[in-house]
Design a protein around this ligand. Sequence first.
Ligand SMILES: [Zn+2]
Ligand SMILES: [Zn+2]
Length: 251
Amino acid sequence: MSSQNSDLKSLAGIPLAARSASRFSGRLLDLVFPTRCAGCGTLGDIWCAACRSQVQPIPQPVCLRCGKPVQQPGRCPACREASFHVSAIRAAAVYREPVSQAIHEFKYNGRKDLGQPLGELLAGYWRGRTVSVDLVVAVPLHQARLKERGFNQSQLLAETLCRVAGLPLLQPEVLRRERATQQQIHLGPEERRQNVSGAFEWAGPPLTGVSVLLIDDVATTGATLEACGEALHAAGATRVWALTVARALGE
Ligand SMILES: [Zn+2]
Ligand SMILES: [Zn+2]
């Protein structure tokens, strides 16, 4: 990444020190609104040890590209036939309870605090991996969705991963979701691809020679990751990897 080094350093860097200031008021809040586990509702923990112990990793072996379970090691038929912007997608867990429930609470019930344990799942997966990355980028939300939710769940996940694993995180708003897209939940694979294609734009310095790790909460078909990968490649990135908390296995 040579000449881009200083530019990228100015892009990475998040104000971690600012966070400790909120700890005291957090303790006061605990007395008034005690913390409940996002999985089983038990008092005292944001996501209790019993719930965490039920997290299921993706069954091996997986397709080297898309990360879905396959019978034989290698690439699945769909990944053999095409070329992709994202070299490999991996997930820390299968998208089913208790992870699906925790992600739902995190995104739709304002449980911002779940960014920590869910981000730790990413860090746990990343530990021991041999891939090296120059920059970590969270899948952005469109401005309208960000305003409505108040936070970008993927950015919080990436912050935890980078803090725990010591990776360089991109500040928000450099990869942008320029076009508001439909919720993907009821769309088929091809509709998903068309829905997000061209929706992202890189607004930072060139990424020539840089390898990027993309972070998102859930991967289903990988269409959103692929659309981000397209924008990162257009900016010059040499390689794009993706890591999500969970992977939907079409159950
Ligand atoms: Zn629990
Ligand atoms: Zn595949």
